[in-house]
Design a binder for this molecule. Sequence first.
Ligand SMILES: C[S@@+](CC[C@H](N)C(=O)[O-])C[C@H]1O[C@@H](n2cnc3c(N)ncnc32)[C@H](O)[C@@H]1O
Length: 198
Amino acid sequence: MNKTPLYGVRIKSCEGVYSPAEDSFLLAEALDVGSGVSVLDMGCGSGFLGLVAAKTAGRVLSVDVNQSALECTEQNACLNGSTNLEVRRSDLFSNIAGSFDFILFNPPYLPTEEGEPRDAVSLAWDGGQSGRDVIDRFLADVSEHINLGGRIYMLGSSLSDYEKTISVLESYGFQISLVARRKLDFEELVVMLAVYDF
Ligand SMILES: C[S@@+](CC[C@H](N)C(=O)[O-])C[C@H]1O[C@@H](n2cnc3c(N)ncnc32)[C@H](O)[C@@H]1O
């Protein structure tokens, strides 16, 4: 059980749920969430990013397709006394109506071989053959759920062509900047900030 404070929040690890790792920390470091704003934490896992955001946000909706992640997020919200965070099961935007000031997403981004075994934990990293299966589905709907002037913070990897993510977001009218990057042994991680500013 890991209850060490990380970026000001306490996180209990849960079986079958992605625990905050290098990619989560890179995104948390880059986050700048204004006070009173609405936040969608897509693919919340342990709840880590949503809980960091909840320190200043007005309200946070944390969603995941993995039921264990929702239970874990609820437990961690309790542990941190966060009362402005709600959890909901959703396959990407399938169970979400309306739009948000901020959307956070550390997606599954690793390329995988067809036929590799899948379970609840592999949902956290399995991006299909290109690594982009979930990313491309997310991008197809995200502009319908972001407020004018809103911001998306999204983790990208060189293993799944984060430059393609930038091009797609630019084609929808987002202004993109890279607000963090880290070279690891086999990949480069970046945090993309996309501002929806027509
Ligand atoms: C890399 S983990 C990130 C977890 C957490 N946000 C963090 O940064 O520590 C990706 C998360 O996305 C979730 N996920 C995968 N596919 C999803 C989908 N189609 N809809 C919603 N969540 C999904 C996984 O269950 C997992 O919790």
